[in-house]
Design a protein around this ligand. Structure first.
Ligand SMILES: Cc1cc2nc3c(=O)[nH]c(=O)nc-3n(C[C@H](O)[C@H](O)[C@H](O)COP(=O)(O)O)c2cc1C
Length: 193
């Protein structure tokens, strides 16, 4: 096993937003490979609760229009921001591919909902790492719109299902960004005998 490679990919994974993507299209095979990585996330009870809605090509306009229209409909005047509206409208058009990430609730409800959401978050991380390995930037974006019931109707989700965000993908036109993290020792308590 190549631990050096996985460590490098984990550290290299970056949030890169659609305004920073080039026009270079993403091959369907690459999107498929990223979805396959998502599909290998851990899952309590093997429920595999992740569901993906992939928007590419002209379908991106439907997502863009929905995001903008819904934001206008659900946002009170005192919290409404024009810049937010423009981002919600533009991001799905600027990204060659957007994967809308959802959690499908188990019918029996036996597995706690929190764990189903955690499994989907693991799927997103898998996809983000795979995207990094393919040289793709990605951005997990949440908003009032994605959590609104209108999103469930748009995607025809069940009442107990959840949309957990938009996952934008694109080849960066900028230099690959760097980041940093605080010391893990400050977030860790070792319990010795
Ligand atoms: C569940 C989740 C939701 C996120 N939603 C947003 C978002 O709506 N807007 C945003 O700018 N970043 C969002 N992010 C990305 C973080 O801003 C990003 O991970 C952080 O800045 C660290 O940068 P890095 O991903 O490049 O390490 C989200 C991250 C997670 C885990």
């Amino acid at each position: 096993m190549h631990t050096a490679t996985i460590d490098e990919i984990i550290r290299r994974r970056r949030t890169i937003k659609p305004a920073q993507y080039s026009d270079r299209p993403i091959e369907n095979a690459t999107i498929q490979a990223i979805l396959e990585s998502g599909n290998w996330a851990p899952t309590h009870g093997m429920t595999e609760p992740w569901r993906f809605h992939v928007f590419t090509g002209s379908a991106r306009a439907q997502l863009s229009e929905f995001m903008a229209k819904t934001y206008q409909e659900i946002t009170a005047a005192d919290t409404f921001k024009q810049t937010k509206l423009e981002k919600l409208r533009n991001n799905p058009l600027l990204a060659p591919c957007t994967i809308v990430v959802c959690m499908q609730r188990q019918v029996s409800g036996k597995i706690p909902e929190l764990e189903e959401i955690e499994a989907v978050a693991c799927a997103v991380q898998n996809m983000h790492l795979a995207a990094t390995a393919h040289g793709l930037g990605a951005f997990w974006s949440t908003s009032t719109v994605v959590y609104h019931d209108a999103m469930k109707q748009f995607l025809k989700l069940g009442p107990e299902d959840r949309c957990l965000g938009l996952f934008f993908l694109g080849y960066p036109k900028i230099e690959w960004p760097t980041s940093s993290r605080g010391d893990v020792a400050e977030k860790t308590v070792w319990h010795h005998t």
